[in-house]
Design a protein around this ligand. Structure first.
Ligand code: SF4
Length: 699
């Protein structure tokens, strides 16, 4: 047996692991000793990594659908079919009629290739990925206030903080190694404050839990800042030297009172005063947030409200401080960094900037698209209206993870042609015309970028199963088939070198430099050859930071007589995403084998429900059946459900109302009704897209 150093493929923490290989098979994983983030530990999901790439159920050859059933095909036949279909769509509708959804689980190299294929081969900016439904508005909001949308500090900064503020993030479950670090910081004396409508595990352990009303984030942060300003607790030196004027925000907040904030959020005035005092007087406050504030139609403004608080108290630009969006997937930071967004090239170089366009046109020897691109949800909408004909989805599962799944499914079925690149035959892949087998992380070389901007190497430990290939190899072969020769890289390192040469924030990075430093945090350039653990120490990318007045906006859909419960979604410690990887682990599946509807016992009593009773949950968009779990994890009137389970896909219920800036759908709040099913009746799978997808698939 030998051990190949690599990085965990689940969440954005980026823990170091070793892949144990015997006879060209992965037989397990082990923690990487001395790794700067995981420090020789892994969480339950990390330990189960080997199940995620188990050869059982893996796709091993291209598949082409004929008469509703898939049959095996050669690479040559599959590539010819895809090339022909893309050419047909381009002939009919031009570059706006085709698109690519890249993958936040794939490597930076795969994602660079995806956006280059979209722009240089298809001639379109229709390139997006799942950051759209997690942190696209962190990019939008923080770009507006600071000039940079990434985590400003490092995970290790938690060790230097004397106050840790966690907002809308269930860190012990979803970013377990960060959760553990926070608990260690609390044990050495740091104050932990959690803002969350649910009583998460960390909220129960925290010094203070602000259990705000679902969707009242802006009201809370405005209210805290109003108290700080009214008492003169703001950091005046920081505001004077590092920020544009705070006066418009001060005037905006002057109208507020703590009583109003208490009424809007449900948080007592005493708690508001206590948190405002502690946060503004902390020597170093580490502020982190998750999708509990981003997945709202007011998501960008939620982020701006947090940014206002951080800036007014000067809790940024020093070790132990900062504003830190916790990215969900292992490489969602990297997929954004690589330019898999419609409006930016790699390294957030503006797609509308003439000099950037000229640089990429010259380097890629291809004309650069001029028309603005569509987001992933924009592409779904265009497909429904016949304006998008051909789409490639790489390793993403929108059928389970996007809101309003009936619409997502309809959109995918409305396409003339769908190609999916995947490890297994997922629900989305079942809807495809062609499915291509992809290599998993342990079967290829490349890099992942974790939530603290650290680019780390993954290494090929075993051969891909059957004829599976790396995404960048698939895209390179398809580009050649379509007549473009500029994606002919010899290996992943050559591709990385092309990317870093064109991307200023990566310009001093190479595989050798990454190996020498256990990864490097961007910006990593001539001025920062060893990377940048802390951003904004002396100035912000936009010069002075901006504090912007923002106003509370209620969720698009609030409870009413017909749909009396507020509904939100969350994740579980033992599962990840759509469950396609973690549900292959018998150990993880044993812990949480099914979806449950979390309901407060008082609501259960009002509906005469007993724990584990089967119920039907309805929203304006669909229904599902599941079992109810009575718990005070949720407040009365609010229900919550995890989204890992295809048997009870809770995004059938969620609302696709969007944040106007980032197009983020409001996944975290909608209204539902609950009906008990008669005793003895088991929950069944909804007659939804999933079943339609299943009978299309002949395998
Ligand atoms: Fe993997 Fe995240 Fe767990 Fe670390 S915390 S082992 S990266 S799932």
């Amino acid at each position: 047996m030998h051990v190949v150093p690599s990085i965990c493929t689940f969440c954005g923490v980026g823990c170091g692991l070793g892949v144990r290989v015997e006879d060209d098979r992965v037989v397990g994983v082990e923690p990487q000793p001395g790794h700067p983030i995981s420090q020789g530990q892994l969480c339950s999901k990390g330990w189960a990594t080997s199940f995620a790439i188990d050869p059982v159920n893996r796709l091993t050859s291209p598949l082409i659908k004929e008469c509703g059933s898939f049959r095996r095909a050669s690479w040559d036949e599959a590539l010819t079919r895809i090339s022909d279909e893309f050419h047909m769509a381009l002939d009919e509708l031009g570059p706006s009629g085709v698109g690519i959804i890249s993958c936040a689980r794939a490597t930076n190299e795969d994602n660079y290739a995806a956006q280059k294929f979209a722009r240089a081969v298809l001639g379109t900016h229709n390139i997006d990925h799942c950051a759209r439904i997690c942190h696209s508005l962190s990019v939008a909001g923080l770009l507006c206030t600071l000039g940079s949308g990434a985590m400003s500090n490092s995970i290790a900064d938690i060790d230097q903080a004397d106050l840790i503020l966690i907002i809308g993030a269930d860190v012990t479950e979803n970013h377990a190694m960060i959760g553990a670090r926070i608990l260690r910081a609390q044990a050495r004396g740091a104050t932990v404050i959690v803002v969350d409508p649910r009583k998460t595990r960390l909220a129960r352990l925290a010094d203070i839990h602000l259990q705000l009303r679902l969707g009242s984030n802006i009201a809370l942060f405005n209210g805290l800042l109003q108290i700080i300003l009214a008492n003169g607790w703001e950091n005046q030196a920081f505001l004077a030297t590092r920020c544009e004027t705070i006066e418009p925000l001060r005037r905006h907040l002057a109208r507020l009172t703590p009583e109003q904030t208490c009424a809007s959020t449900g948080i007592s005035i005493a708690e508001l005063l206590q948190v405002a005092y502690l946060y503004s007087h902390a020597n170093a406050a580490f502020t982190a947030y998750g999708m509990g504030i981003t997945q709202f139609q007011s998501g960008t403004n939620n982020v701006v409200a947090v940014s206002n608080l951080v800036l007014a108290c000067g809790q940024i630009g020093r070790p132990g401080t900062g504003i830190n969006p916790l990215r969900g997937q292992n490489n969602v930071q990297g997929a954004c960094d690589m330019g898999c967004l419609p409006n930016v090239y790699p390294g957030y170089q503006d797609a509308n900037d003439r000099s950037v366009q000229e640089k990429f046109a010259a380097a890629w020897a291809a004309p650069i698209p001029q028309q603005p691109g569509l987001t992933s949800l924009g592409m779904s909408r265009a497909a429904l209206h016949g304006q998008l004909r051909a789409l490639m989805i790489m390793g993403e599962e929108p059928v389970l993870t996007d809101p309003d799944q009936h619409q997502v499914s309809k959109a995918l079925q409305a396409l003339d042609f769908l190609v999916v690149v995947e490890l297994t035959l997922t629900e989305t892949a079942r809807l495809a015309d062609v499915v291509l087998p992809a290599a998993a992380f342990a079967e290829k070389d490349g890099t992942f970028t974790n939530c603290e901007r650290r680019v780390q190497r993954v290494r090929q430990a075993i051969a891909p199963p059957g004829e599976a290939r790396c995404d960048w190899q698939i895209l390179g072969a398809l580009a050649r088939r379509m007549g473009y020769a500029g994606m002919n890289w010899a290996n992943a390192e050559a591709l990385f070198d092309e990317m870093s040469a064109l991307t200023p924030i990566f310009s001093a990075m190479s595989y050798a430099a990454l190996d020498g430093h256990a990864g490097l945090q961007w910006p990593c350039d001539a001025a920062h050859p060893h990377g940048s653990p802390v951003l904004h120490e002396h100035s912000f990318p936009r010069g002075r930071a901006r504090l912007l007045p923002v106003t509370q906006v209620a969720p698009d859909e609030c409870p009413d007589a017909e749909y009396p419960f507020a509904f939100t979604t969350h994740r579980l410690h033992f599962h990840y995403g759509g469950g396609s990887m973690t549900r292959k682990s018998p150990l993880l599946e044993r812990e949480t084998p099914e979806a449950l509807l979390f309901m407060h016992p008082a609501d259960g009593a009002a509906l005469s429900l007993h724990d584990q009773q089967a119920v039907r949950v309805r929203s304006r968009r669909g229904w599902l059946e599941t079992r109810v779990h009575l718990t005070d994890d949720v407040p009365p009137g609010t229900l919550a459900m995890p989204y890992h389970f295809r048997e009870a896909p809770c995004n059938l219920l969620t609302n696709s109302a969007q944040d106007p800036n980032s197009k983020m759908p409001e996944l975290k709040a909608c209204a539902v009704a609950v009906e008990p099913l008669p005793t003895g009746v088991l929950p069944r799978m909804p007659e939804a897209i999933l079943l339609e997808g299943n009978h299309h698939a002949g395998l």
